[in-house]
Design a protein around this ligand. Structure first.
Ligand SMILES: C[S@@+](CC[C@H](N)C(=O)[O-])C[C@H]1O[C@@H](n2cnc3c(N)ncnc32)[C@H](O)[C@@H]1O
Length: 450
């Protein structure tokens, strides 16, 4: 079946099973124009609050609705599993069954993904300098497959086939959850899985703290996941109602416009890591500054025991963390400024802070601004010394490299703009200090004359 025929079959399946689909929307092929696969387009003007579609809850694919639950022992096994694992197992099972209720849905879901987890070494090189590389977590995910999923598959050869239900299928299903799943907020309490014992839903790559702290039942929501995302263009939202999930326009949408859901206020690094694309201009971009490196840079001449006391104090006062975040406001976060004051304080000054158990005020003095600049300049050195904008314009630049460059360009811009702002601020302070001194000299001269 062609791309269009698969879309039509899925549309008919939705209607046949109780979904309502507005006559003002249809699927659209955004593969060539935007490299964004299938999306949804407005076929006429749509008003704010207009319902675009509704999906009855039984159409959601979760560990509660999958037929895997009816297989011997499986309900108990699924209920004991945590994080993404129950849904991964259900997707591995359902996606390979030609008689699955969700077959027309699986037929429109991708089998290949453009997230960095599937990039080759050369493509990964394009991410040099960004924080994505350490967060991909492919090895951790595989370790989890071999420890937790594979034993279940092996114990149940009557349900699973090790040639089919293998680690590749596991990655495919994990990636689907990463980029297509929702937390159904209004699932009944019985249906709602709490996060796992250690309070952290591991996710496939063990790095999905933000989305996984959400409560509700992790589920695939056919149709709601056909909407693309573009930062700043969000015009539709999914509402979780008692009997169904309802997608509504949240503003007027012109005929011919694409309908965009929001995947969250995500920086390009997170968009790329979770969804396999980055936006041209992303106002949610940010840069992480490693806390350990800040300490290293500021304390290279500090006595080790004093340095350790400072670290302990800063952590107790919740100023020093694994990383500090700088966003598109281009300012040093107050916790970083206070941390720099503490790290640069003399032993006597620090003792006073310690005895008062109080962090210094986050005042940006010229010394701290200079130190801030040094830290950001060090961070900038992590990126390859290339003109990323120039490379981006080259026609040969492949898709993955393009998206990696968008991440790098966004992060470098934040660092450069913040350095410029700090420079201006330090110069301004120096000038006003000199101005203040001039005024004092002038007054003194006048006094002497009189
Ligand atoms: C929830 S699905 C949306 C439907 C998807 N386009 C499809 O064809 O099945 C999320 C995936 O859509 C693609 N996508 C969404 N927004 C995009 C964008 N602005 N640019 C490129 N790809 C996008 C990415 O592959 C992402 O992982």
């Amino acid at each position: 079946m062609s791309f269009e025929e698969l879309g039509n079959a899925f549309w008919q399946w939705l209607e046949k099973n109780g979904s309502t689909l507005s006559d003002g929307i249809k699927f659209h092929d955004y593969r060539d124009s935007e490299g964004a696969g299938r999306g949804v387009i407005a076929t006429r003007d749509l008003q704010e609050d207009e319902v675009l579609f509704t999906i009855p809850r039984p159409l959601l694919l979760s560990s509660q609705t999958s037929r895997l639950r009816q297989e011997k022992d499986m309900a108990e096994i699924l209920d004991k599993m945590s994080g993404w694992n129950p849904l991964i197992l259900c997707l591995m099972y359902e996606s390979q069954r030609s008689d699955s209720f969700w077959k027309p849905y699986f037929d429109v879901l991708p089998k290949d993904f453009s997230t960095p987890m599937f990039w080759d070494k050369q493509e990964l090189n394009a991410l040099e300098g960004t924080d994505i590389v350490e967060k991909i977590g492919k090895e951790e995910a595989e370790a989890m497959f071999f420890q937790e999923i594979q034993p279940i598959l092996k114990d149940h050869p009557e349900i699973f086939n090790s040639d089919v239900h293998n680690v590749d299928l596991f990655h495919q299903c994990g990636s689907l959850i990463m980029s297509y799943s929702f937390h159904d907020e209004k699932a009944t309490p019985k249906m709602t899985q709490k996060n796992d014992d250690n309070g952290n839903d591991d996710g496939e790559d063990g790095e999905n703290e933000d989305e996984d702290q959400e409560e509700g039942l992790l589920a695939m929501v056919p149709m709601a996941d056909m909407l693309n995302h573009k930062t700043g263009y969000n015009n539709a939202r999914l509402f979780h109602e008692p009997n169904c999930l309802r997608m509504k326009a949240i503003k007027f949408i012109k005929a011919g416009d694409q309908i965009y859901n929001t995947y969250g206020d995500l920086c390009n690094a997170d968009l790329l890591r979770k969804y396999g694309f980055a936006d041209e201009n992303n106002s949610f971009d940010l840069v992480e500054i490693n806390g350990g490196q800040v300490v290293e840079l500021c304390c290279d001449d500090t006595d080790a025991s004093l340095r350790d006391r400072k670290i302990e104090f800063l952590m107790e006062e919740e100023a020093l963390d694994d990383c500090f975040v700088i966003d598109t406001e281009y300012i040093l976060p107050p916790e970083l400024i206070s941390t720099l004051h503490v790290l640069r304080a003399s032993a006597e000054e620090f003792e006073k802070m310690e005895s008062k158990q109080k962090l210094p005020k986050p005042k940006l003095t010229p010394t701290i601004a200079k130190l801030g600049m040094q830290i950001l300049e060090e961070r900038l050195k992590r990126y390859p010394q290339e003109d990323d904008n120039q490379t981006l314009m080259q026609t040969k630049c492949n898709r993955n490299k393009r998206h990696a460059l968008l991440v790098r360009i966004g992060e470098k811009k934040i660092l450069e703009e913040t350095i410029n702002k700090l420079k201006k601020e330090a110069e301004g302070q120096k000038r006003s200090a000199e101005g203040g001194q001039d005024n004092k000299d002038h007054i003194n001269k006048k006094k002497k004359k009189n």
